[in-house]
Every structure is written in structure tokens, then in C-alpha cells.
Design a protein around this ligand. Structure first.
Ligand SMILES: O=C(O)c1ccccc1NCC(=O)[C@H](O)[C@H](O)COP(=O)(O)O
Length: 202
């Protein structure tokens, strides 16, 4: 069954709803974003979440020591590197790594084979925004990435298109953020429920 990552969590209520509806991973953004959480905020939310749920810290070209500190202070147990972090940098950490690639065309996936990460997350390229764009990319390109390992499909997913994305790309997981929001960082309960139901129905 396709796993589900709900990203951009900023509130305990949203985290608990996502778990109740069946999310497998929750994402906490430490990069510059309207969905950014403080260390204290993330730690407070994570303390309320069952152990079985993956808690993913999302980073963007952060210094090694910053990431180490967040791991220590919050209890995140997955690392998502969303920038131009090198394979060597990703291997410095003991936690499982999700390396993100922002897909514009085939060339965006060059270098993917150099990483030895747990999973690859494919997100949409946007010239000004690193993530949470609400835009999809050409899902046909996901097949190339799948040759290298497990993939997570991200970027512009919502209750209308998630089944098609799963059907076309057969991912390990799907990732959603703005497609289930009322406003950045504030999730819409009903949209979240419907998204998860649709994703689980595939
Ligand atoms: O979501 C953000 O604001 C963000 C900002 C900077 C780096 C990464 C960010 N998000 C990472 C994610 O994993 C999002 O879930 C992913 O970009 C998909 O977002 P959306 O298109 O809104 O579903």
C-alpha cells in the first residue's frame, strides 16, 4: 500500500488528525517557508505523536551542526534534504535520509544515482520557491528515478489527482502539503481526510 506523508505540520491538532486518518509520515519544515516551525513547536508536536509514525525534518542546505541540534532537540527520526546537499553530506547522518530532487526536466535527475539514501522525493521545480509550490511535474519522469530506489511523489497533489499519480508512478509514498491546506501551515480537516482516503484506496 502507498504510504502517505503529510508535510508542513505546524499544529498539534493537524498532526493528530493526520495520524487518525492514516498518515504514515509527518513533515516539519525548518527551512525558510510560511510553514516553518520552531524547534520548540516541533518538539511539542512530536511528543504527542505515536512512535509508529515517521517524523521527518525538512532542511534546505543547512549546516551539519544545525541539523544535529534539531535531531537532538525534537525527536525527528527522518531527514529530508530539499536543497543541493551532496551525497557525502547526506551520509554524515545516522538517521534515514529522504533526498529531494526538484524536477523540471530529465536533466533534473542527473546525479540521483550518486546518493545512497533511503528514499528519493520528487518535487516540482519552481524558480522562486523550494517547496510547497502546489504545482505538479511531469510524472512520466518518475520512472527514471524509480530505477534507483524507492520514490515519494510530491508537488501539487490533492484529492483530485492523487490516484492518477499513484497509478502512473507506483511510488513508495505520496507527499502532500498545500493541497490539503486552508492557508499555509494550517491544514483543512476535510481535505486531509479525503486525500488520505483516496490515496489508500489505490
Ligand atoms: O512546503 C514548503 O513550504 C517548503 C519550503 C521549503 C522547502 C521545502 C518545503 N516543502 C517540502 C515538502 O516536502 C512539501 O510537502 C512538497 O514541496 C510538496 O508541497 P505541495 O506542492 O504544496 O504539496
Amino acid at each position: 500500500m502507498t504510504r502517505i506523508k503529510v508535510c508542513g505540520i505546524t499544529r498539534i491538532a493537524d498532526a493528530l488528525q493526520a495520524v487518525k486518518y492514516g498518515a504514515d509520515f509527518l513533515g516539519f519544515i525548518f527551512a525558510d517557508s510560511p510553514r516553518r516551525v520552531s524547534v520548540e513547536q516541533a518538539a511539542r508536536i512530536i511528543a504527542e505523536i505515536p512512535d509508529s509514525i515517521g517524523k521527518v525534518g525538512v532542511f534546505l542546505n543547512h549546516p551539519y551542526d544545525f541539523v544535529k541540534e534539531i535531531i537532538k532537540e525534537t525527536g525527528i527520526n527522518y531527514l529530508q534534504f530539499h536543497g543541493s546537499e551532496s551525497p557525502e553530506y547526506c551520509q554524515e547522518f545516522r538517521l534515514p535520509v529522504i533526498k529531494a530532487f526538484r524536477v523540471r526536466d530529465e536533466k533534473s535527475l542527473v546525479g540521483l544515482g550518486c546518493y545512497q539514501t533511503a528514499v528519493y522525493l520528487l518535487d516540482s521545480f519552481h524558480p522562486d520557491r523550494a517547496g510547497g509550490t502546489g504545482k505538479t511535474f511531469d510524472w512520466q519522469l518518475a520512472a527514471k528515478a524509480a530505477e534507483y530506489g524507492k520514490i515519494i511523489i510530491a508537488g501539487g497533489l490533492n484529492e483530485e489527482n492523487v490516484q492518477k499519480a499513484i497509478h502512473l508512478t507506483r511510488p513508495f509514498a505520496v507527499d502532500v502539503s498545500s493541497g490539503i491546506e486552508k492557508s499555509p501551515g494550517i491544514k483543512d480537516k476535510l481535505k486531509m481526510k479525503r486525500f488520505i482516503e483516496k490515496a489508500k484506496d489505490r
